[in-house]
Design a protein around this ligand. Structure first.
Ligand SMILES: O=C(CO)COP(=O)(O)O
Length: 253
């Protein structure tokens, strides 16, 4: 079901004490403040169990930053969908551009991961987005189309409805440079129309599409107010409760 979501991707930040501190700040924040969006966090995998404990009484979704495309067995360093299910995780980020850039992940890998996640009842946050060169050469719509088709279009209508998409232009991640609300809206509407063409408008309208890339307290409201933008996947600004909470509040009237 389409909903407004603010998700924090902590990436490879914070030692265990710092992670616990930020989680406790968010526990307190969510106890004291009602919000108009779902709040999700993706801490490093090492801290997922701690997150499950600390947020046991809060409605905060707990996500891994990646998961394996394999079911189980001799895959050193990997975390499976089944393991995530077994600790009660909500889902996993899949296909983040940093996984693509540094770990050779492709949309075919993403497709396999998304299917496994769905089989285990996990919510995949599927990330896509173009590089600066691709945007400069005017290929951004085509790149995102191709990514979306390869990663998602083998799914059934019922399956794709359970996927959350995060459009994250690579050139806007961690650079302080944000896509303008209009640039982001253009791609979000494009993704939704591709899904509508393939699965019908009703299905497309049920899917939450988040924007990621230098979302900050001072630009969140304008970005989230675009008709096809249903929230954000937040990197740097998710690491401080003051910033993350202000972004959550961008959904307040
Ligand atoms: O990659 C991101 C979230 O997954 C965005 O990171 P920044 O918000 O730090 O640009």
């Amino acid at each position: 079901m389409r909903k407004n979501i603010v998700a924090g991707n902590w990436k490879m930040n914070k030692n265990v004490i710092e992670a616990q501190q930020l989680m406790l700040q968010l526990v307190n924040y969510t106890k004291e403040n009602a919000s108009n969006c779902e709040i999700w966090i993706a801490p490093p995998a090492l801290y997922l169990l701690m997150a499950k404990d600390l947020f046991a009484l809060n409605e905060v979704g707990i996500f891994s930053q990646d998961m394996s495309e394999y079911e189980s067995g001799a895959y050193t360093g990997e975390i499976s969908a089944e393991m995530l299910e077994s600790i009660g995780a909500t889902g996993s980020i899949i296909g983040h551009s940093e996984r693509r850039q540094f770990h050779g992940e492709t949309d075919s890998h993403c497709n396999a991961k998304i299917k496994l996640a769905l089989e285990k009842g996990l919510t995949p946050i599927y990330c896509n987005g173009e590089t600066l060169e691709q945007r400069k050469s005017g290929k951004h719509l085509e790149v995102v189309k191709n990514q979306t088709e390869v990663a998602l279009f083998t799914l059934s209508a019922d399956e794709i409805k359970k996927v959350v998409i995060a459009y994250e232009p690579v050139w806007a991640i961690g650079t302080g440079e944000t896509a303008s609300p209009e640039q982001a809206q253009e791609i979000h509407a494009h993704i939704r129309s591709l899904i509508a063409e393939k699965y019908g408008k009703e299905v497309a309208d049920e899917i939450s599409i988040l924007y990621g890339g230098s979302v900050k307290p001072d630009n969140a409201k304008e970005i989230f107010s675009q008709p096809d933008i249903d929230g954000g996947l937040i990197g740097g600004a998710a690491l401080k409760i003051e910033d993350f909470s202000k972004i959550i509040e961008a959904f307040n009237a």
